[in-house]
Design a protein around this ligand. Structure first.
Ligand SMILES: [Mg+2]
Length: 259
């Protein structure tokens, strides 16, 4: 089967294993078959607002067996990266997922409107307002490390509309300061290398539904990738894309068949 070319399979979530709050039929069975064949798996999400436990619980609701230890969120990768650099304090534009991930590695999350911080961290934040953006921009302008969990332009809301994503909030701060943040989430390498470390193994296949994040990210690391057509990107977009998936698959079940 196709999956036998690899020892680790890294899965994007929305558009691959579920669609918002609807399961993708058969996804849970495919994952179970891959596990039974001894494949290592990890789940990768740019969304920094939810904790790994909540992500795993949602996967279980969608019929996909998962535990928190298999989930790499952009929040977790960001926290690990900052801790490794000796960052001790951060002002955060972001929700519970990134806040708790930072606290767990010993980076203190500053409340109110601080005048000093080692770092400014930007993620998806449904409570962001002008004072928060102003504080973040002021700290960035005065030299704080500037890191974004991800730069997704929009967030796919449950009702099908698109809300401003982390990238839209980030753009406000970048525009105000003229500084560009270091971005951790897909298509940037940190989250993908962290996910592979989490899965273990050395021959990864990235499985995703978006050319500009999942496939571009794999491309940047010279990893093979599979675009599944159950989400955002289409076959004709894949043909025209600068990022070339190794495989284009109608659905996840194709992982269990010969290429
Ligand atoms: Mg997706």
């Amino acid at each position: 089967m196709l999956a036998d070319l690899y020892d680790a399979l890294l899965f994007d979530l929305d558009g691959v294993l579920y669609l918002g709050s609807d399961p993708i039929p058969g996804a849970g069975d495919v994952l179970a078959a891959l596990r039974a064949a001894g494949k290592r798996v990890a789940f990768v999400t740019n969304n920094s607002s939810r904790r790994p436990e909540a992500v795993a619980a949602h996967l279980l609701d969608m019929g996909v067996q998962a535990v928190a230890e298999e989930v790499e969120t952009s929040a977790h990768t960001t926290a690990a990266l900052l801790a490794a650099r000796g960052i001790r304090s951060a002002f955060v534009v972001g929700e519970e997922g990134i806040r708790s991930a930072l606290e767990e590695v010993g980076v203190s999350v500053l409340g109110g409107f601080p005048v000093e911080a080692d770092a400014v961290v930007v993620g998806f934040d449904r409570g962001a307002d002008y004072p928060k953006l102003r504080t973040a921009a002021t700290l960035v302008a005065s030299g704080a490390a500037f890191v974004a969990t991800n730069a997704d332009a929009s967030f796919p809301a449950a009702d099908g509309t698109r809300w401003p994503g982390a990238g839209a909030l980030l753009a406000a701060i970048e525009t105000a300061t003229g500084r560009r943040a270091e971005v951790v989430g897909k298509p940037h390498p940190p989250i993908l290398t962290a996910a592979l470390e989490r899965a273990g193994g050395g021959r990864p296949l990235m499985v995703g539904d978006r050319l500009d994040t999942d496939i571009a990210g794999a491309d940047g690391l010279d990893w093979d990738s599979a675009l599944v057509l159950t989400g955002i990107s289409t076959r004709s977009e894949a043909v025209a894309s600068p990022w070339r998936p190794t495989f284009v698959l109608e659905d996840l079940a194709a992982l269990l068949r010969d290429p």
